[in-house]
Design a protein around this ligand. Structure first.
Ligand SMILES: [Zn+2]
Length: 144
């Protein structure tokens, strides 16, 4: 049976600094450029959350968007909005790149939504930078 999906858009604003203690200050500057500025900088992040629609026999195919909004609000927006991402415990040993942030958002949501419902998480960091993930849980911890 064909199953549609729905994507909801969410926003949060946060600061960060791209830096790793594994590199020298000079190499950090080379790798991360202006994103390594010691004073940090901010982004207006956009999160695109794609979920499978519910079983059409139960709900007419209509996803419970209020529930999705509450989950994303509690798990993602409240946690990151107007925060310094470098201070988040999950980034204690991990650089706050868009790749790593989208992995963390996936983990936070996939564990809070009904099994199999989350299809994909997208993260727009800048006009030109978009990150996307759908896959195994815990990949951020494996990387850091
Ligand atoms: Zn940045």
């Amino acid at each position: 049976m064909a199953q549609a999906s729905v994507t909801r858009r969410y926003r949060f604003c946060a600061a960060h600094r791209l830096h790793t203690d594994h590199l020298s200050p000079k190499d950090n500057q080379t790798v991360f450029g202006k994103c390594n500025n010691p004073n940090g900088h901010g982004h207006n992040y956009v999160v695109l959350v794609t979920v499978k629609s519910e079983d059409p026999t139960a709900t007419g195919g209509r996803m419970d968007l209020d529930r999705l909004d509450r989950t994303v609000g509690q798990q993602v927006i409240t946690r990151f909005d107007h925060r310094d991402l470098n201070q988040d415990p999950e980034f204690a040993h991990c650089t706050t790149t868009g790749e790593n942030l989208v992995l963390l958002i996936w983990d936070l949501l996939v564990q809070s939504l009904p099994a199999g419902q989350l299809e994909k998480v997208g993260l727009i960091e800048t006009r030109d930078n978009y990150f996307e993930y759908a896959g195994a849980v815990g990949m951020l911890n494996d990387k850091c």
